[in-house]
Design a protein around this ligand. Structure first.
Ligand SMILES: Nc1ncnc2c1ncn2[C@@H]1O[C@H](COP(=O)(O)OP(=O)(O)O)[C@@H](O)[C@H]1O
Ligand SMILES: [Mg+2]
Length: 468
């Protein structure tokens, strides 16, 4: 990121500054040189007019000499007056006087027909200004007045200006450079902390957290990442607990099986009656193992790729009737009456038949299992505009408030030994809740006002109903 910022810096700012610098220097120097030429033309024209009058009306050499030299005094310009043949009549330069010489440059010959101006460089690289205007009399050119000047001072000025601008831009570039490196550091240094934390997370160290950041956006990112870590940590703890609980649950019947087998083998001459009794215990434990494994498989199915449900229109009253029939032998065993209170003309509801069957079956099964002998289990169901509400009332021991949520945890049993006697796995309610959550519904436990507990299941019936 810092490198990219540096690239942008070099690629954009430096060419922009170079262009700006060159543009300023070129514009200023062109202005200054043009100014010199215009100035020279103005002077040359004035002097040439006065000289032409003087030369023709009063051809006194001294007269126009003094006009030219006084006209150019203090300007740094060298004035040369040529006659029609290019012969130098007067030269203001005392040291290298050209009087009497004949000048034949095309620049000067063109000046007979109109003013000429140019800036050239001499052998030493110095800029030289040349401006020549015709000296006219009666509409005809009778000579040329030629002005020339070394522009060393302007050249020095432009040189100083160029270096001044360059120094100014270099200073600005350095300031921007320092600022952008500083800002880049401010942005990227916390990022390296994020990268380190992400690496730690990928190694499974979910307890890592990022310290609060000064920058608002960075702080939001840190919060989001910390939240993710907390969730992962929570999930990981759940996973570990599940694995250890599952192993424990599987170990218990296996230990009993082992014990039974050892008892049979260690008895010298076991009688058939005892063996039969042991074998029936063994069979019970095997059934238990099978139930646990079946439920574990179902849970992992709900957890993993099979999270999708296949909804269909279901006659829910009919489903309840079938569940009641299936559980009738168990209810008869405990002399429990199961009553159904269904809304009249209940419309069919969209749901995944097998999953909801599993949920309701588990809840009614629990209600019978955990109710007193000879009591009543009431199941009511009604559909309103938005949801299907199913309530299962029992008259058992009830569930204390602090356990109303915990009973939905995997392998959780309220009264471990009692539940094990009844053959429970502690997985029924967690499976039931998973299935209801897949339907975007709710499943929770309440107190039955008449004693015992009440399990409530709510399934949305609108368009929100099914989690896709
Ligand atoms: N209707 C109920 N009345 C009292 N306790 C209940 C009831 N339903 C469930 N429980 C308690 O919640 C625990 C978890 O239920 P569940 O997940 O179905 O497992 P189990 O296989 O033990 O039935 C049960 O062991 C029981 O202690
Ligand atoms: Mg159960």
């Amino acid at each position: 990121m810092r490198l990219r910022a540096g690239g942008i810096y070099l690629g954009v700012i430096i060419p922009a500054f170079l262009f700006m610098g060159i543009y300023i220097v070129v514009t200023v120097s062109r202005g200054l040189y043009n100014n010199e030429i215009t100035d020279a033309f103005t002077k040359a024209n004035i002097i040439s007019r006065v000289v032409s009058e003087t030369m023709t009306e009063n051809p006194d050499r001294e007269e126009y000499h003094s006009i030219i030299s006084s006209g150019l005094a203090g300007t740094g310009l060298r004035g040369i007056l040529l006659d029609g043949s290019g012969k130098v009549l007067y030269d203001t330069n005392g040291s290298a006087n050209a009087e009497g010489m004949i000048f034949t440059s095309s620049f000067l010959s063109e000046a007979f027909s109109g003013q000429q101006g140019e800036i050239t460089k001499n052998a030493e690289g110095k800029k030289i200004l040349s401006a020549a205007v015709p000296v006219e009399y009666g509409g005809e050119a009778i000579g040329v007045f030629y002005l020339t000047k070394e522009l060393g001072s302007i050249q020095r000025l432009i040189f100083t200006l160029s270096w001044g601008i360059a120094a100014f831009f270099i200073a600005i570039l350095m300031i921007i450079g320092i600022l952008s490196v500083g800002m880049g550091y401010m942005v990227t240094s916390p990022l390296s902390e994020f990268v380190t934390t992400a690496r730690e997370i990928s190694k499974g160290n979910f307890d890592k957290r990022i310290a609060p950041q000064k920058n608002v956006e960075m702080n939001q990112l840190a919060d989001a990442m910390n939240y993710m870590c907390a969730e992962l940590e929570h999930l990981e703890a759940k996973r570990r607990k599940f694995v250890s609980d599952a192993s424990h649950e599987l170990k218990t019947p296996l230990a009993t099986i082992k014990l039974i087998c050892d008892s049979i083998t260690s008895t010298e001459a076991p009688d058939m009656g005892m063996v039969k009794e042991f074998l029936s215990d063994l069979s019970e434990e095997v059934d238990r193992l099978t139930r646990i494994i079946e439920k574990l498989l179902l849970l992992s199915k709900l957890d993993s790729e099979e999270r999708r449900i296949s909804p269909e229109l279901v006659d829910f009253g009919m489903m309840l009737q079938r569940i009641k029939n299936k559980l009738a032998p168990m209810a008869v065993n405990k002399n429990i009456t199961v009553t159904l209170e269904l809304q009249e003309d209940m419309p069919p509801v969209m749901m995944d038949y097998d999953r909801i069957w599993e949920s309701v079956y588990n809840i009614v099964d629990n209600a019978i299992k955990y109710s007193k002998i000879g009591s009543v289990v009431k199941v009511s169901a009604a559909v309103d505009d938005t949801e299907l509400i199913v309530s299962v009332y029992d008259s058992g021991k009830g569930i204390p408030d602090e356990y109303k949520e915990r009973v939905f945890e995997r392998f959780y049993r309220l009264d471990d030994s009692r539940a094990r006697e009844t053959g429970g796995t502690g997985l029924g309610l967690s499976i039931a809740r998973e299935a209801v959550l897949l339907h975007n519904g709710q499943l929770y436990a309440e107190d039955n006002p008449d004693g015992g507990s009440c399990f409530v299941m709510k399934l949305p019936v609108g368009s929100e109903q099914i989690k896709k």
